[in-house]
Design a protein around this ligand. Structure first.
Ligand code: NAD
Length: 360
C-alpha cells in the first residue's frame, strides 16, 4: 500500500521524537512492502519564525490532501520564548486549535496502557498495578460546555456567569460510532460515561449511544456515571476497554487515566474526524527543558504512529508489530532517562528509535 503522510515535526523535542517515529515507520514499510511518502510541514513556533503565523492555509491544505498527519509537539518555554510576547491568536498553541478545527477532528483518542515493565511508575497500590491495564479514552473534542454560549451579567446587583452545555444528536452519534468502531478493533467493550441522573444533555447522550449500540451486537455496552468513573479509574482500571464521553468529562478523566500510567513520554494520542483521517501526536508537550539534547523519550510518538497504522490505514498486523517491538525493548531493560530505574540501560532518543526499528 502507498500512503501519503503529512509530517509536522514542530518545536522543542518535536523534531527528535518524530524522526524516530519515521525511522520505525520506514522499518514497517520495508518489512511489509508498503510505501510511506512524507511531506514535511510547518506549524507552531517553527511556522511563526518562517511565516509570521502559527498555521498557514498551505499547511492546512497539504494536511487535508494527505492520508494522515503525524505530529510532534509545538510551543516553547512560555516564560522566555519570544513567541509568547505575541498576541494569543499568533502564539504556537493557536496553530494547534486551528488545525484541529480546520480538519474537523471531533474525537480525541488517548490510550492509557500500564506496561508490566513500568508498573513501578504507577502511583496506585501494587495489587491494582500488578493487574496492569490497557484502556482507550475517547473524548468529544468540539462540543459541550467549552463551546456553548457563555456570558457574565449583573443580576440583582451581583455578577452571574453562565456556560451552556449543548449537544445535538448528530454530535453524539458520530463519536459513539467512532467508539464502537475502535472497540471492534480492541476487546469489544464500550463504557459510556455521563451524568444521566441529573443532566438533560447526558440523557440524550445515553439514548443516542444506545441507538448506535444496536449496530454493533458484538460490542458490550455499559453506562457509568462520571463520578463513579473517576473512582473506578483508580480502584479497578483493568475493567475498562474503550471509555467514551463528552468534552469536559473527557478532559478530566483522560488526565486522571494518563496520570496512573506514571510516564508522559509513553502516552500516544490521536484526533479523528468522521472518516479514517486522523492527526497522531504524543500527549506530552515540546519539553523545552530537554530539547536538542537527544534525551527525549520517542515511544509516545512511535505508539502514535502505530495508532495511525491501525485506525487510518487499517494495518492491524503492522500496528501490532510496532507495539510488540516497544514491549520487547522495555522487556530488555532499555530505557530513556524519563522512565529510567535501577538496573536498566539508559539510552538516547535516537538509540531508542534504532532499537525499536530493529525489532520490527
Ligand atoms: P511538557 O509535556 O512539554 O513537559 C512536562 C515535563 O515532561 C518536562 O519535564 C519534560 O521534559 C517532560 N517530558 C515531556 N515529554 C517528554 C518526552 N517525550 N520524553 C521525556 N520527557 C518528556 O509540558 P510543559 O512544560 O507544560 O509545556 C512545554 C511546551 O509544550 C509549552 O509551550 C506548551 O504550550 C507546549 N505543549 C504542547 C502540546 C502539544 O503540542 N500538543 C501539549 C502540551 C504542551
Amino acid at each position: 500500500m502507498t500512503k501519503n503522510i503529512a509530517v509536522i515535526k514542530g518545536d522543542g523535542i518535536g523534531p527528535e521524537i518524530v524522526t524516530e517515529a519515521m525511522k520505525v515507520l520506514d522499518a514497517v514499510a520495508k518489512k511489509y512492502g508498503h510505501t510511506f511518502n512524507y511531506e514535511q510541514l510547518l506549524m507552531g513556533g517553527a511556522s511563526i519564525d518562517a511565516n509570521g503565523e502559527p498555521l498557514t492555509q498551505e499547511t492546512i491544505d497539504r494536511c487535508k490532501a494527505s492520508d494522515a498527519v503525524l505530529m510532534g509537539s509545538i510551543g516553547g518555554d512560555t516564560t522566555t520564548s519570544p513567541w509568547y510576547k505575541l498576541p494569543p491568536h499568533l502564539r504556537p498553541e493557536a496553530g494547534l486549535l486551528g488545525i484541529r478545527k480546520a480538519l474537523g477532528l471531533f474525537a480525541n483518542l488517548r490510550p492509557c496502557v500500564l506496561y508490566p515493565q513500568l508498573s513501578g511508575a504507577c502511583p496506585l497500590k501494587k495489587e491494582i498495578s500488578d493487574k496492569g491495564f490497557d484502556m482507550l479514552i475517547m473524548r468529544e473534542l468540539t462540543g459541550g460546555l467549552y463551546f456553548g454560549e457563555k456570558k457574565t451579567e449583573e443580576v440583582d446587583g451581583e455578577l452571574v456567569a453562565v456556560d451552556t452545555l449543548i449537544y445535538s444528536e448528530h454530535e453524539i452519534r458520530r463519536i459513539a460510532v467512532k467508539a464502537f468502531e475502535v472497540a471492534m478493533k480492541r476487546r469489544k467493550k464500550v463504557t459510556s460515561v455521563d451524568k444521566a441522573n441529573v443532566m438533560e444533555s447526558s440523557r440524550l447522550w445515553r439514548k443516542v449511544v444506545e441507538e448506535v449500540a444496536k449496530d454493533y451486537p458484538e460490542v458490550t455496552l455499559e453506562h457509568m456515571l462520571v463520578d463513579n468513573s473517576a473512582m473506578q479509574l483508580v480502584k479497578d482500571p483493568a475493567q475498562f476497554d474503550v471509555m467514551v464521553t463528552e468534552n469536559m468529562f473527557g478532559d478530566i478523566l483522560s488526565d486522571e487515566a494518563s496520570m496512573i500510567t506514571g510516564s508522559i513520554g509513553m502516552l500516544a494520542s490521536a484526533s479523528m474526524n468522521e472518516t479514517k483521517f486522523g492527526l497522531y501526536e504524543p500527549s506530552g508537550g515540546s519539553a523545552p527543558d530537554i530539547a536538542g539534547q537527544n534525551k527525549a523519550n520517542p515511544i509516545a510518538t512511535i505508539l502514535s504512529a502505530a495508532m495511525m497504522l491501525r485506525y487510518s490505514f487499517d494495518m492491524q498486523e503492522e500496528a501490532d508489530a510496532v507495539e510488540n517491538a516497544v514491549s520487547k525493548v522495555l522487556e530488555a531493560g532499555i530505557r530513556t532517562g524519563d522512565i529510567m530505574s535501577e538496573g536498566m540501560t539508559c539510552v538516547t532518543c535516537s538509540e531508542m528509535g534504532d532499537r525499536i526499528a530493529a525489532l520490527i
